[in-house]
Design a protein around this ligand. Structure first.
Ligand SMILES: NC(=O)C1=CN([C@@H]2O[C@H](COP(=O)(O)OP(=O)(O)OC[C@H]3O[C@@H](n4cnc5c(N)ncnc54)[C@H](OP(=O)(O)O)[C@@H]3O)[C@@H](O)[C@H]2O)[C@@H](O)CC1
Ligand SMILES: Nc1ncnc2c1ncn2[C@@H]1O[C@H](COP(=O)(O)OP(=O)(O)O)[C@@H](O)[C@H]1O
Ligand SMILES: [Mg+2]
Length: 284
């Protein structure tokens, strides 16, 4: 494999766009988070909250009916749309025009949800982040890889990546398969791990922030919201993936001395997104 580009502060500051003092919520982007099912509504809460806390002006969550009160109470700043089904999503339609969409965290893989996801992918023309069960559903329907919009961001953990690409026997083979996949379908793959690699058709990047504190439930759901937020704010898919992964890791670098590994949770990531941004501003 070609040498990975090291994603350090200098590389990030080049891509970071400070907030315009004249901005308003309508200019900060509107994101839609399609997530959650009975028992996994926390994933929708975490992804939509992280989307807001990464600077998106407006965030809407689309969840099954059982998620309505959970979302509205846990996240009063987030607008909530509900499906007609109580426990899982059955139909992905929206009367809004978001600038970016995330789909997958906590979604489950009900057969009806699978069909709704596939129908959505066929017609979607809005910049997209695919995570968790959206990846698992796609892995069961590999013919659908070719309907994905160019530069869609996929965020698999190792098991999800294996479901998508099949087994590998060496790290080198894993990298080759991922590289071939992003080039064939013109996608961006955030290969989550320690460290996380970002694959684009042009280059591979290796992240330098973060630590094992991130090995905690919901950590990836928060990352999905952050990437979607940056996409909605007008960052290119490559820059959103690079900046989002870097900032997500930076929250753990910043918080570790106070929390230790054990008490760091996905909520700790949310609480430290602001400090992560501020540390970029100090470099300008
Ligand atoms: N509060 C909520 O609502 C939450 C909801 N969530 C939602 O739950 C759904 C299921 O998601 P999930 O990722 O837990 O299940 P799944 O895809 O079977 O993967 C698990 C297996 O993958 C592997 N593995 C994972 N990471 C690895 C690594 N770094 N390195 C190596 N291996 C790794 C590992 O496999 P093993 O090593 O055990 O063989 C592990 O057993 C999904 O929709 C998600 O969004 C969660 O986000 C939690 C909070
Ligand atoms: N040991 C580790 N060191 C650094 N980052 C890690 C480590 N373990 C997990 N992470 C990060 O935590 C996140 C976990 O994502 P994921 O497995 O999808 O979590 P969840 O589905 O519970 O939200 C990824 O961004 C991954 O890179
Ligand atoms: Mg996950």
């Amino acid at each position: 494999m070609k040498q990975a580009v090291v994603l350090d502060k200098a590389e990030i500051v080049k891509r970071y766009k400070p907030i315009d003092p004249q901005t308003h919520k309508g200019m900060q982007g509107h994101a839609l988070i399609i997530a959650g099912s009975y028992g996994k509504m926390g994933a929708a809460v975490l992804a939509s909250k992280s989307c807001l806390k990464t600077g998106c002006g407006l965030v809407t969550a689309l969840v099954p009916k059982c998620g309505y009160e959970i979302l509205q109470i846990a996240n009063p700043e987030v607008m909530t749309l509900t499906d007609k089904k109580e426990q899982y999503l059955s139909d992905i339609k929206m009367a809004i025009k978001p600038q970016a969409i995330a789909i997958g965290p906590g979604l489950g893989q009900h057969i009806v949800t699978q069909k709704a996801v596939l129908d959505f992918l066929k017609t979607n023309r809005i910049p997209l982040v695919l995570d968790a069960d959206a990846l698992n559903i796609l892995a069961c329907n590999k013919a659908w890889f070719s309907v994905l919009l160019p530069k869609t961001i996929l965020t698999p953990h190792p098991k999800e990546l294996e479901r998508l690409l099949g087994e590998w026997h060496t790290e080198e083979e894993k990298f080759q398969k991922t590289r071939a996949f992003v080039c064939q379908y013109d996608l961006i793959v955030v290969m989550k791990g320690a460290p996380t690699y970002i694959f684009t058709p042009d280059a591979v990047y290796v992240n330098t922030t973060g630590n094992a504190a991130l090995a905690t439930a919901g950590s990836g759901d928060v990352l999905t919201g952050m990437l979607t937020s940056l996409l909605a704010q007008g960052y290119s898919a490559t820059d959103a993936a690079l900046l989002g992964v870097y900032l997500h890791g930076l929250t753990a670098t910043i918080a570790l001395p106070k929390t230790g590994y054990q008490s760091f949770t996905a909520t700790t990531i949310l609480k430290n997104i602001g400090k992560a941004f501020l540390s970029l501003e100090n470099q300008l």
